[in-house]
Design a binder for this molecule. Structure first.
Ligand code: PLP
Length: 368
């Protein structure tokens, strides 16, 4: 029989530890990530922004929701001791679930698609997860819908298995309380928060908590060109992590003051510029968020505290964003520094192809 771990591996209410840390188990390494001041070439020295470096978690930002969703499901009895966890992921949540599975002793299946970087397939496997790859996109809902359909099939085959459903599980949003409290302890009240949006979990969760302290805080969402989330027609996307071909229920549309769409070449420019100037960089969402946060820091008063969430680090992108051959092949290296976005009034009327913003944010179409 599988034993039950007696202790909560990561309290979502955790705040910053003082002094060098010491961890007695892998899951307690999650949280207490650093923040770094980002300035030129994204912003001036006087008007930089704070980046919360979630890539310092063992698996990235989604270690937090993975541990919290598993802990809550076990407490509710929805996840029985030793039962399998089955989830669709473009990678980051998969890493977190591999950690949560280890912490709580559950086998884990990560359903993914051929776009998953080979290094992640190997790392997930090394961490003990089973990687199940779909081979064809869904005709309307793309890879995400194809992965969800495969999850349903696997769940039907294993009635004891549990599905976290990061797209609509409220625990996935609540899990970011710790991140928000850490950020506030590190930089004080936040006036402008910039978050990428994929499932919508961290933008909703972090903004909700920071607004308990500063109700006037502005939330800027960052999406990918070709993503459906904020009312654009769906197109094939190179960028992973942010963006979606479905409407995730965890996206809190009413929380956003404005949305930006960023193109892959612009994100590549930003990722490489971050690497060259700050030694802190990451993937598509990190580049896109940095571009928008730098712009936001210039667009607001000098005293405004602007913060951005960097969800992961650069390693898994060594063969895409940081690979010249890949970038040449996809036309991603020609971009000059993107200076400012085009502004549109209605995302339903224009299909955007490069950095664009809109401050009318409404829930489009059907929600899953
Ligand atoms: C690397 C990366 N960035 C950004 C996101 C978007 O975060 P959220 O799903 O909380 O909207 C994800 C989600 O999977 C991700 O993996």
């Amino acid at each position: 029989m599988t034993s039950v771990l007696p202790i909560h591996p990561f309290p979502v209410h955790a705040t910053t530890q003082r002094g060098p840390r010491r961890d007695d188990r892998p899951s307690s390494m999650v949280g207490n990530t650093p923040v770094l001041r980002i300035t030129a070439p994204f912003a001036t020295d006087e008007r930089g922004f704070w980046a919360k470096l979630e890539g310092f978690n063992p698996g990235g930002m989604k270690d937090r929701p993975a541990l919290h969703m598993v802990e809550r499901a076990r407490a509710r009895g929805a996840l029985r001791p030793g039962a399998r966890i089955i989830e669709s992921s473009s990678g980051t949540l998969g890493l977190g679930l591999a950690l949560a599975g280890m912490a709580y002793r559950h086998p884990v299946t990560v359903v993914t698609d051929p776009g998953l970087e080979p290094i992640l397939v190997r790392m997930l496997t090394a961490y003990g997860a089973r990687v199940d790859q779909v081979t064809e996109p869904h005709p309307d809902g793309g890879w995400q819908q194809a992965r969800r359909d495969r999850v349903d099939q696997l769940l039907a085959e294993d009635p004891t298995a549990w599905h976290p459903d990061q797209y609509s599980n409220p625990d996935c949003v609540a899990a970011y309380r710790g991140l928000a409290l850490e950020l506030r302890a590190q930089v004080g009240d936040v006036d402008v928060l910039v978050c990428s949006v994929g499932t919508g979990g961290h933008s909703a969760g972090v903004a909700r908590v920071l607004r308990e302290f500063n109700p006037a805080m502005k939330l800027i969402g960052v999406d990918a060109i070709g993503s459906r989330i904020f009312g654009q027609p769906v197109q094939p996307r190179l960028m992973r992590g942010l963006g979606s071909s479905i409407y995730p229920a965890n996206v809190d549309y009413t929380a956003f003051d404005e949305v930006h769409w960023v193109a892959p070449a612009e994100a590549v420019w930003a990722c490489r510029a971050l690497a060259a100037t700050h030694y802190a960089t990451g993937g598509w969402s990190v580049g896109a968020v940095a571009l928008v946060a730098g712009w936001a820091a210039q667009a607001h008063v000098r005293e405004a505290t602007v913060a951005a969430i960097f969800p992961d680090g650069p390693q898994r992108y060594f063969d895409t964003i940081y690979n010249d051959d890949y970038c040449h092949e996809h036309g991603l290296l020609a971009a000059e520094q993107p200076i400012e976005p085009v502004t549109i009034d209605d995302p339903g009327r224009v299909t955007v192809q490069s950095w664009t913003r809109c401050d009318a944010v409404a829930a489009p179409g059907r929600r899953v």
